[in-house]
Design a binder for this molecule. Structure first.
Ligand code: LM2
Ligand code: CA
Length: 511
């Protein structure tokens, strides 16, 4: 019933929008009658096939390396009020020791005990987020265990060696793949599906996911996380787990468990994102890569069509992002250091009707391996957003960048919640600027060029004065952004070079 309670709270906050949408009424009826709503309507993440209703809060945020306590506070104070629908955590299981961020991707056991917090803290975080109307997805590392050759002790005190995890997995029980390629068993060619799925990814002991015993163990781990209230999982390194093995595992989880598989699209590779689409949703890596090229090239209007081609996953399966913790470090996609361009890419992501967007939020770094700030014992300190955040702030290493709180990004989350599933309407173009509307509820104007654009942009918004939520929010009826007038189907806009402007029905500029 907790899910219902959370949802009722969230809906009431969106009462005005709820009145606009009939869909939500049916939802609250299912809640009050005590009958669990079907998966299609019961999660903020929506169903795979039905478009999100207005106010559906389908935007997520990856709070990379945030502690459970910090996420709990953020859900209550910011994510819920801003309209985020869900949060993706870093891996919660026991991991190898070390200061680097990537220790989280080397499981030692499935105890929910890590430098990000304890099992108790994890459960409390899920409860706090649910109370704020925010669902929780955990990053599930199930393809492999550790990657060091030498034996060691994990964060919670469990001992292990490369292919032996007492009480969990061992070579003797046949729990690991040994693919027999080269001398290291490492993946040598991504053009060979057998190697990708049965050899080792950077020496990480590869679980024999096809066996009953390994599947039982993984199901037990995921079920344990579900018992703590999580709503679903990012499946780490899913490309390296045969789709049929993953399907067998997921098939044993309760219906409605949200699954998003991480399958990096690689040209000419035999293992593709599409092979995982029957299991759940899939991360579409091509979107962030392509949008980066378009924003850098100033051709923003092309970006609006991203996803319409057959080279991407179908929209109802795809989760899109400008960057994640890996691409941020590869520097192949836009990131916080790119300032205005990064904001433009995020505005595009939140404005488009293709896929489901994930905002990324991490910490500043110059060393690719550098972990988040930790105490002497290695426990990660609770994230704190600096007083000023945004594209013009210069962050020092270790500081939390808090992209999810940037004015433009938070404003666009509210915009997206307001436009809901309204279709993308007519596009308008003017030099390097272009506008995209979503039904009668919202308008976005982007200027990819180097000169200010002043224009009358056609819109289906009704006459009135709207707040540009990219520039600032509406607080207690006052627009802290810039007021924009709409009269007779035309919005009177001025858009500075390489910035955007966004208006929606939920943010009138007021008096
Ligand atoms: C992922 N998705 O498929 C994660 O998103 C990604 O962050 C993980 O790599 C990877 N797969 C494995 O879960 C990270 C990091 C690597 C790091 C691994 C394991 O990008 O650099 O590898 O986690 O912690 C590190 C060392 C590597 C070493 C390995 C094993 O960088 O040199 O390989 O540990 O000791 C010998
Ligand atoms: Ca594998």
């Amino acid at each position: 019933m907790q899910r219902c309670t959370a949802r009722t709270t969230r809906r009431s906050r969106n009462a005005v929008l709820a009145l606009l949408t009939g869909a939500v009424v049916a939802l609250s009826a299912a809640c009050t009658s005590g009958v669990p709503a079907p998966a299609a309507t019961s999660t903020a993440l929506g169903s795979g096939s039905a478009p999100a209703p207005a106010g559906a809060r389908d935007v997520g945020v990856q709070l990379f390396q945030w502690t459970w306590d910090a996420i709990a506070t953020e859900c209550t104070d910011h994510l819920g009020p801003a309209g985020y629908g869900w949060v993706l955590t870093s891996p919660p299981q026991e991991h190898v020791l070390g200061s680097q961020w990537w220790t989280a991707y080397q499981p030692v056991s499935y105890r929910i005990e890590s430098r990000l917090g304890s099992r108790t803290q994890f459960g409390a975080m899920v409860a706090a987020c649910h109370a704020a109307g925010v669902e929780v997805l955990a990053d599930a590392v199930i393809n492999h265990m550790t990657g060091k050759d030498a034996p060691g002790t994990g964060w919670a005190g469990s001992t292990y060696s490369h292919y032996d995890y007492p009480g969990i997995w061992s070579d003797a029980a046949g729990d690991f793949h040994h693919c027999g390629v080269g001398s290291s068993d490492d993946i040598a060619s991504y053009k060979d599906a057998y190697q990708v799925q049965s050899c080792e990814l950077s020496n990480l002991a590869d679980l024999a996911t096809g066996t009953q015993h390994v599947q039982d163990g993984i199901v037990a781990y995921l079920t344990d996380l579900l018992s703590l209230g999580v709503d679903g999982f990012r499946i780490d390194a899913a490309k390296h787990v045969p789709a049929e093995d993953l399907a067998a595992v997921v098939g044993r989880l309760p219906a409605g468990t949200r699954i998003v598989s991480e399958v990096i699209r690689g040209s000419g590779e035999p293992v593709t994102p599409e092979q995982y689409a029957a299991i759940g949703d899939v991360l579409e890596f091509a979107w962030g890569k392509d949008v980066t090229g378009m924003v850098r090239g100033g051709s923003l209007r092309l970006a609006a069509g991203l996803g319409s081609g057959a080279t991407y996953l179908p929209s109802d399966k795809a989760w899109i992002f400008v960057e994640n913790h890996d691409t941020e470090r590869g520097r192949a996609t836009l990131g916080y250091r790119d300032g205005a361009d990064y904001v433009l890419a995020n505005v595009l992501m939140l404005a488009t009707d293709y896929g489901r967007p994930i905002v990324y939020s991490g910490y500043a770094f110059s060393d690719r391996d550098a972990g988040p700030v930790q105490d002497a014992a290695g426990k990660v300190l609770d994230a704190q957003c600096p007083a000023a955040v945004g594209p013009d702030v210069s962050y020092t290493d270790g500081e939390w960048v808090c992209q999810h709180r940037w004015t433009a990004i938070e404003g666009m989350v509210g915009w997206r919640d307001a436009v809901g599933d309204d279709p993308v309407g007519d596009r308008w173009e003017h030099g390097d600027a272009f506008a995209l509307s979503r039904g009668t509820r919202g308008l976005v104007v982007l200027n990819g060029g180097d000169v200010e654009v002043a224009a009358q942009v056609p819109t289906t918004l009704s006459d009135g004065s709207y707040c540009d939520v990219v520039a600032g929010p509406v607080v207690e009826g006052r627009c802290l952004g810039d007021p924009v007038t709409v009269r007779g189907g035309l919005a009177d806009v001025r858009v500075a070079p390489r910035t955007a402007l966004a208006l929606h029905v939920g943010a009138p500029a007021g008096a």
